[in-house]
Design a binder for this molecule. Structure first.
Ligand code: SF4
Length: 444
């Protein structure tokens, strides 16, 4: 729970020495409470006070990271119930199971199918981000072997699922470098599982069938020295799951209730259609990781698209990198067009230029992710910005002509742009859909 100014004041030295730049300790405490000052500014604060203040300032939901740096995923660290209040920070991690009963080619085929669940949307790669190895066999050696094979044959992060500390120890021994998520601890095995997690610096899943039991378990795990916890609340139905995940979110974010201040994981079952429906609901409210046991691409494409949409920062449009893009194999005689770096604008222009079958260069100008008219009216697109982008991208070395095709909506800037660049400005169509006709007729 965040501390009030008076509560912080009680922890300060109360000497009013002014070294922090404030006239009194109380004034400094008030600034700290409003997050307008940093505790480091007071050189005399005690270690005990520092620890108390740091604990109070910790985020309401812990960030949990697993996977080695080349395959790292993050979950948690959320601060709001609804995206429009600020933004969501950690896109839902979609994972797929492999059973440790699979061996040889069957195991390889399953891993290959999981690895292939990757898609590209508006230039951004989206897809599954973890493999969950399930200890169906009950055998430590089979679990360890499947985990090792998954680690070697997949670039995805690893989740190890077993209630057996012996099996978990065997699998972690083979995969510790990849920092797997250990799933996990129950009231019966918490001591041994927490020991494995602590010794290998791995996060751990806490599994229980009621909120009360889950709270007791997370406190127990914390007392055993493991801070990074993911919550798995076992429920009888999807309805119960959604209800309780919402309650947990309220308790952690609104009440800053630390025993539930962790991200969550859910396992969905049933046929592929049922899994798709359940996972879609759990993406909305509020599962940080969802483990499915299907490899059907038709299930994953809408799910990863939903994750992408829900976790996009509402105040930051999806952008493409401002640079030169080539369509086909353009040469020094090919047309040069410019557009803005708003993703939807760029990809519309790109597909229309492609449809023209005229190899071209597209110069994407940084307009902070806004569309042509919005950028122009907000002065994020003017002759100087375009001229600078042309210079920066050395367009004079790409083409020997000196003609630039500009969007029809900003025909008004053509005169000033010609003055700023000494290039001939050609006004393109207002609608991108007219580009194929325009390029075929005008660029001969
Ligand atoms: Fe108080 Fe510390 Fe500021 Fe001195 S530096 S006035 S002790 S808060």
């Amino acid at each position: 729970m965040a501390l009030t100014g008076l509560e912080i004041f009680k922890l300060l030295p109360k000497t009013n020495c002014k070294k922090c730049g404030m006239p009194t300790c109380l004034a400094f405490a008030m600034q700290l409470a409003q997050k307008r000052a940093k505790l480091d500014s007071c050189p005399d604060v005690s270690e005990a006070a520092k620890n108390t203040l740091a604990a109070a300032a910790a985020p309401p939901m812990r960030k949990v990271v697993f996977g080695s740096p080349d395959r790292q995923v993050q979950t948690g660290q959320e601060t709001v119930m609804f995206r429009h209040e600020e933004k969501f920070y950690s896109p839902t991690v979609l994972a797929v199971t492999i059973s440790d009963k699979l061996t040889g080619q069957d195991l390889q085929n399953r891993i290959k199918a999981i690895n292939a669940l990757q898609f590209e949307r508006v230039g951004i790669k989206i897809g599954t981000r973890a493999i969950a190895v399930i200890n169906d066999s009950g055998q430590p050696s089979a679990f360890a072997a499947a985990a090792e094979t998954a680690a070697q044959s997949s670039p995805l992060a690893l989740i190890l699922v077993s209630d057996s500390p012996q099996a978990m120890a065997a699998a972690v021994a083979k995969t510790a470098k990849l920092i797997p998520l250990i799933a996990g601890a129950t009231h019966d095995n918490a001591q041994e599982m927490a020991k494995i997690a602590k010794e290998n610096n791995c996060p751990i899943v806490a599994k229980a069938d009621s909120l009360e039991s889950l709270c007791d378990l997370t406190e127990k795990i914390k007392s055993l020295g493991v801070e990074d916890v993911v919550l798995n609340l076992q429920t009888k139905s999807l309805r119960d799951k959604l209800y309780n995940l919402s309650r947990m979110r309220v308790l952690s974010l609104k009440k800053v209730f630390r025993p539930l201040g962790y991200p969550t994981i859910s396992f969905v079952t049933g046929d592929a259609d049922q899994q798709a429906a359940a996972a879609a609901s759990l993406i909305c409210k509020y599962s940080g990781i969802i483990v499915l046991d299907t490899v059907e691409p038709y299930v994953f494409l809408p799910l990863v698209t939903a994750v992408m949409n829900i976790f996009t920062d509402p105040q930051k449009p999806v952008q493409v990198e401002p640079k030169i893009y080539t369509i086909g194999e353009p040469n020094e005689n090919s047309p040069l067009l410019f557009t803005t770096n708003f993703s939807l604008t760029y990809y519309t222009v790109e597909s229309d230029v492609e449809a023209s079958r005229v190899p071209s260069y597209i110069l994407v100008v940084d307009t902070e992710g806004t569309s042509v008219l919005t950028a122009y009216s907000g002065d994020k697109l003017n002759e100087k910005i375009v001229a600078d982008a042309m210079t920066k991208n050395k367009v004079q070395d790409l083409v020997k002509h000196r003609k630039l095709i500009i969007p029809g909506y900003v025909a008004v800037m053509s005169g000033k742009l010609e003055e700023a660049t000494n290039w001939e400005v050609m006004v393109g169509p207002r609608e991108s859909s007219m580009l194929p006709k325009y390029l075929k007729e005008v660029w001969k």
